[in-house]
Design a protein around this ligand. Structure first.
Ligand code: 13P
Length: 259
């Protein structure tokens, strides 16, 4: 189990799925089913559904998050959405540097850094994504890739500024493939990330940092992942769209409860 000082966090990344009616239905179901969940729960719908989902979640313990953010606060940036605008919609979290943004839209570490800065500037908690491709893993470059992403994305912050930071380890080869990292593989990478943050910033920041695992998290594998000491939660894609699966995931069971 993760340290009691770190509250588990399970976030659903809906990616580019669901229309407004479907978003409302799913958000209602998750809100209604989230009572007594051991984790803090975050839903990250597409930008178009933030307002309607935010209305549903108002007054509940389920938080709203966005999937990306622009580093500028306002201005002539066609197609972009700013951190103050996300805050205005009721967002508390924002996913930054997802591998789909890095890989398909050319997002680089320096952009990730600027986005994290913009989010923190308005009190939004960044969920910064890092992770290696299959080639990189096979070439034994996992730690090198993670280190580069962490150093680049977290450049030039004071430790106190990063208190709200969440990091999601999402190995690219496990995303949407049904191929989950084993709990051992995920734990090893998480430990490396925590040690790297301790070295770059401070052991205190690293000790309190919530590290999520993402990549084919399902009802069937969440308990084993959450049992590892450095896995503090999950960033769930496909199965966050399935009501029953996601409800089971947010109600993950500690090792002593697994029968
Ligand atoms: P899947 O859970 O569909 O593998 O997606 C993971 C992910 O990318 C979450 O951000």
């Amino acid at each position: 189990m993760s340290s009691p000082s770190r509250r588990p966090l399970i976030a659903g990344n809906w990616k580019m799925h669901l229309n407004l009616a479907e978003s409302v239905n799913l958000a209602k179901a998750i809100k209604d089913g989230s009572g007594a969940a051991p984790a803090e729960v975050v839903l990250c719908p597409p930008f178009t559904a933030l307002t309607v989902v935010g209305e549903i979640l108002k007054g509940s313990v389920v938080r709203l998050g966005a999937q990306d953010v622009c580093w500028e606060a306002q201005g002539a940036f066609t197609g972009e959405i700013s951190a103050p605008q996300l805050g205005d919609c009721g967002c508390r979290y924002v996913i930054i540097g997802h591998s789909e943004r890095r890989r398909l839209f050319g997002e680089a570490d320096w952009q990730v850094q600027k986005k994290i800065k913009a989010a923190l500037g308005v009190g939004l908690a960044p969920i910064m994504c890092v992770g290696e491709t299959l080639d990189e893993r096979e070439e034994q470059k996992t730690y090198r890739v993670l280190q580069t992403q962490l150093e680049g994305g977290l450049k030039e912050f004071a430790p106190a500024q990063l208190a709200q930071l969440v990091i999601a380890y999402e190995p690219v080869w496990a995303i949407g493939t049904g191929k989950t990292a084993t709990p051992d593989q995920a734990q090893q990478s998480h430990l490396f990330i925590r040690k790297t943050v301790a070295r770059l910033y401070s052991p205190q920041l690293a000790a309190g940092l919530r590290l999520l695992y993402g990549g084919s998290v399902k009802a069937e594998n969440v308990d084993a992942l959450m049992a590892r000491p450095d896995i503090d939660g999950a960033l769930v894609g496909g199965d966050s769209l399935k009501q029953a699966s996601f409800l089971r995931i947010i109600h993950f069971k500690a090792p002593s409860e697994v029968g």
